[in-house]
Design a binder for this molecule. Sequence first.
Ligand SMILES: [Zn+2]
Length: 163
Amino acid sequence: MPKRTPNHRLVKRSRTYSVDEVATLFGSHRNTVRHWLNNGLRTIDNRRPLLVHGADLADFLKDRRTKSKHPCAPGQIYCLRCRVPRTPAGKAVAYRALTADRGDLVGMCGACGCRLFRRVSLAKLRAGAGDLAVAFTDVEGHIGKHPYPSLNCDFEKEPTTDG
Ligand SMILES: [Zn+2]
């Protein structure tokens, strides 16, 4: 099987794709697509069949191409705005569980103040987080131990309840 770089221009940004459709589009194996899902490709929700927004897919593949030139060291998260891996502000991140064994590392870019996301499996969390302080959040996103002493960022402003 030839290993090609998937061409993100094949993706129609306005439609949604199932795992099978993505695999067919690029002539890839479904496991390749699953690998992408484990490495940050976002799905619309966690319901099956898993669906991916074309725009997310195109952006993911573009980022992947850029990231391969700028690999993240442990403790770094790729900043979409700076377009380089960044160490989160305060060397602290929150782990927001999505499933029993997978979640998002969420931090703030120390350079531009943008939010940093990195999809990780719980098994690889330690390797990915390096020496960062990781706060585990419950399903509703409440942080047990607040790791951001006095940061004036979006984190603080985001409402956690509706009332
Ligand atoms: Zn940044």
